[in-house]
Design a protein around this ligand. Sequence first.
Ligand code: HEM
Length: 429
Amino acid sequence: MSAGPDLDMDLGPDDLDIVDPDSYLNGFPHATFKRLRDEDPISWWEEHDGGKGFWAVTRYDDLLYVSQHVELFSSAQGVTLEEIEGEDFHLRRNMLEYDPPEHTRYRRLVSKPFSRREVYGYEDGIRDLARSVVLEARELGDRFDYVDRVAKQLPMRMLGRMLGVPDSDGDWLVKQGDALLGNLDPEMTEWAVGYTDTDQFKHIPFRSPAALELYEYAEAQAEQRRACPAHDLISALLAPTIDGECLTDLQFKNLFVLMISAGNDTSRYTMAAGLKALAERPEQFRRLRQACIDRDDQFVERAVEEVLRWGTVTMHFRRTATQDVELGGKLIKEGDKVLTWFTSADYDERHFTDPFNFDIERWPNDHVAFNLRSPHLCLGAQLARMEIKLLFQELLPRLKSVELDGPIERLRSNFICGMKRLPIKVEWA
Ligand code: HEM
């Protein structure tokens, strides 16, 4: 059983509305989800904007069951709360939104360049990028915003290098990615859903015009690579397999948009969650720093897994029931939306010992931050792991200490759990 949260962590009120994006402005509402896990692990929720409501699956084992039983819980009608149908859905559909066997075929076309072996081929370049981001931060002195100056910088520069796009496009790509995943937050986009009428964009990913601009960008990049293939991710994704199969133009564009959204903010927010946890626990900071200095890769890799669990940035994904099915004593009807709550599952006391203790030496650590035991396991998992590890290895040896230095601001979202600002005070080594 749990020994209770460390640091007298504030778990927030236990009766928040999990649909309302404002409920996440003070961080993930842990007490509310803990109560749901304990008292009503599969609960029904009404939506406020005309959506048809959904089931919230909050325990680890139930989440695995739903993720793995793709014949009962389909991804092919969308994986977020939003209900999109017909041609609109067809146009914006990405690889997350297929079931086997189509999904399996799709995945076969794109998985090779994301394998651990391929990703580690970029290690030296990414280490250099991580080092330059850290050295730029060092120039800022002892106080800065970790999100803006470090966590936001690395993922896009790294992805940009892998994609083979000019470094100078990085900031623009970050802005588009922010507008997509931050589509409920008026600070991230002028087209925030719920604040302004986005109906005209319902056939575009995230109902965001930013996706249109990314489509155009992706088309231009694809054209260049077709004329002149390079040794980069875009060329690899466009190349046909041995069987002569390749992505359609629309599939490529939607995958490109998915990479810019999924490959950017998620890693950024995980890095921020990790640094905050370390700043609050100097003893663990010291141990991890020493492991980085000693080049103890295994120690650092385990710490990365705990950071991923602790931060679990994609709070939920959706499935749709393909038939009436009973789950945890509840009757889920065919066509019902089912949201699996990853962040809740990663703090499930039934699965993790002392889940509210951040412990960089936690092992085993079979968190679901990447939904690794599902057919939709995160394609970018190796990439995200590597960049978090390299950032620790480049940053921590250069830091004697770190502490929080002012109010944290969080993304307004019921989908992505992230910090927009994390002011820190550091002592450089
Ligand atoms: C810490 C960072 C990340 C987290 C927490 C994360 C989380 C996830 C999760 C939970 C899924 C499964 C969705 C589902 O079950 O429906 C997923 C899928 C996916 N992720 Fe990530 N992700 C991260 C980084 C990345 C990166 C860096 C990329 C690419 C550059 C990426 C690309 C994708 C893609 C393409 C899929 C769809 C896979 C499929 O449907 O087969 N992700 N991610």
